[in-house]
Design a protein around this ligand. Structure first.
Ligand SMILES: [Zn+2]
Length: 294
């Protein structure tokens, strides 16, 4: 007799944050996402809320891997805490893997953790499961959905997504692949539901660039832009429009300072002579600057 497939949510259902879903078939478990939640007003002195993973600790030997849809905190934030109790390889795309790597370094877990960098189209065998990475659009680069196959059928787990026909980079969500899976037959669709009750659609990230352009165009004074540090596409758009209008860019904020602005893009800003240290000078920053705050 065939085994039963169990789908267990340890967080992320009926709440924002703390996303962690367990798929169990026979002797195999795969985990999708490992996010943190944010404390409620009455949780005095609590900085981080993490899912209760006692079920995973009890079934440690079955865990074949932790698969990450994207690098937002509510999908990766609990990783360093959960890894203290369970040890499992982590499969993630390049952007997510980079952000997880920073957490592992901060918590001295690099040498103990096996990280495997994947890309859309990859199929990973994990016990009796196979997990396919499918490209989706989201407000962070390199987001994926998963087609999770096991002997009783296929589950599609979308993670957070939007349908952006003109994304800044990475191409449009792979609707053709979702269509093909639909043709093959899907046992269950687990889809992100934030804003699902709001009619209409989310505007393309590209449309934000036009708004920036209009705002920067007539402005003589300093411009302050706030955004999530992980929204690299939006940072890129801010930098592009700053370059267009001869502005300098200063970046400040805990996550901004040493996360996505690092690396290639940071170098690009330096090379273009756009970057200003926000702490520069006794008289404060230059009024031509565009500080980006997170
Ligand atoms: Zn997200």
């Amino acid at each position: 007799m065939a085994e039963k497939l169990k789908i267990i949510s340890l967080g992320g259902l009926n709440e924002i944050g703390k996303n962690l879903t367990v798929y169990e078939y026979g002797n195999d478990i795969v985990v999708v996402d490992c996010g943190m939640g944010f404390p409620d007003d009455d949780m005095y002195g609590i900085d981080v809320v993490i899912p209760d993973v006692s079920y995973l600790i009890k079934n440690q030997s079955k865990i074949r891997g932790i698969f990450i849809t994207h690098g937002h905190e509510d999908h990766i934030g609990a990783i360093p805490y959960v890894l203290r109790s369970i040890n499992a390889p982590i499969y993630a795309t390049r952007m997510s893997a980079g952000l997880i790597q920073l957490k592992l370094e901060e918590h001295h877990l690099v040498s103990k953790t096996k990280m495997i960098t994947c890309e859309a189209g990859d199929v990973i065998q994990a016990g009796k499961f196979s997990i396919e990475f499918i490209h989706v659009n989201h407000s962070i680069a390199d987001a994926v959905a998963f087609a999770i196959k096991c002997p009783v059928g296929t589950i599609v787990h979308t993670g957070d997504f939007k349908i952006d026909t003109t994304p800044i980079q990475g191409g449009m969500i792979d609707l053709a692949r979702f269509g093909a899976l639909g043709q093959e037959g899907v046992l269950a669709l687990l889809a992100d539901s934030t804003n699902v009750e709001r009619p209409g659609y989310t505007r393309s990230e590209s449309s934000v660039g036009n708004s920036f352009d209009a705002l920067f165009k007539g402005c003589q004074d300093r411009i302050i832009v706030t955004t999530f540090a992980s929204n690299v596409d939006r940072l890129q758009q801010i930098i592009n429009v700053a370059a267009r209008y001869g502005r300098k860019v200063a970046v400040t904020g805990r996550s901004m300072g040493h996360r996505p602005v690092h690396g290639e893009r940071h170098e690009g800003v330096h090379r273009a002579g756009l970057y200003e240290d926000p702490r520069r000078g006794a008289h404060g920053p230059d009024p031509d600057q565009v500080p980006a705050q997170a």
